[in-house]
Design a protein around this ligand. Sequence first.
Ligand code: HPA
Length: 376
Amino acid sequence: MTTGGIHPYMFEPESDPELTPSTNTTDTAVCDSVSLFIYEVRVLDEPHSQTSDRDERRNRGNRLLETFERNLGEIVGYHWSGTLKTSLENRYSFEDCHATADWLLSQTAVRPLVGIVCGSGLGGLADMLKDQVAFNYRDIPNFPQSTVHGHAGRLVFGTLKGRPCVCMQGRFHLYEGYPIQKITMPMRIFKLLGVETVILTNAAGGLNQDYKVGDIMIIKDHLNMPGFAGNNPLAGPNDERFGVRFPCMSNAYDRELQQLVMDVGSELGYSDFLREGVYCVLGGPSFETIAECRMLHKLGADAVGMSTVHEVIVARHCGMRVFALSLITNKAVMDYDSEEKANHEEVLQTGKQRAVQLERLVSTIVTRLEHNNNYA
Ligand code: HPA
């Protein structure tokens, strides 16, 4: 009987020396033993094999199978520990994050309570801030840098109708090749700057057949596909100063704030294009195949994109309130007869067209936010 297990999320290389990659294990060793094994089994099955031959071959087959299993085990362990080693190397410690936050606080008098993340083509939200103090990501100690067209790469402090805010103009994505810890590190910076509420926007493809291009979807829940494969931003040792080991995600998207968005949206006359639904994140950068779109829709997703969910997980882990909006920039292709093709230009173009209304929605919501919560 065992009293505990080793899980990817709690990987500690110092205490698990056996899990560090073994340098003399090669994929070739596995391939060799697999092909030998297959060869032996094939010969074994041939009808003209003599009985004595067959016993001999069966024994050899068993020995080969053992070698194969051993090598395969090592290779799996190698890749597994390699992935986790990467996650450790890319982790920012509490002290690293504090140093970045302290540096920022020393450069500006703004003490933000709201943190905003602008999605593809939606960076105009940051331009609405008054009395701006802006930093290029490359000038901020420890900060990752954005590489995508449509994402400016600036952290902008300022006020939105008198409310102190900080805004990420440009975010980080898995498809840029960043480790998931880098993508989400700004959420911890938000927390250490004093942010209580995080608002995230993104561009997404509509899977729900009732959705139209230009609709704004209030995210009520998510499907974290990279997370199913073990790529979760919280994997690795947990620092309790940020949050608990196993954070709850059934209340990831604040229900009161969802209602507030609905109310403000209807006051502004946006009800016709305001929706509520489930967002599914994929790694990208390739857009989905038709079969993938059909599958995601069957699984309960209303929209699909390549961002937001990782940030939400980290923001919730450290106790900030969250709401998120998807601008439906294209309809996901669900039909083999369709001539439509998802492309990044369409995403940016739709962003431009609906951006003004989205900005108005967000800025009005910011003025209505109550700040006194100690939400977790
Ligand atoms: N798929 C994934 N991400 C996206 C899409 C899409 O169709 N549109 C905008 N971002």
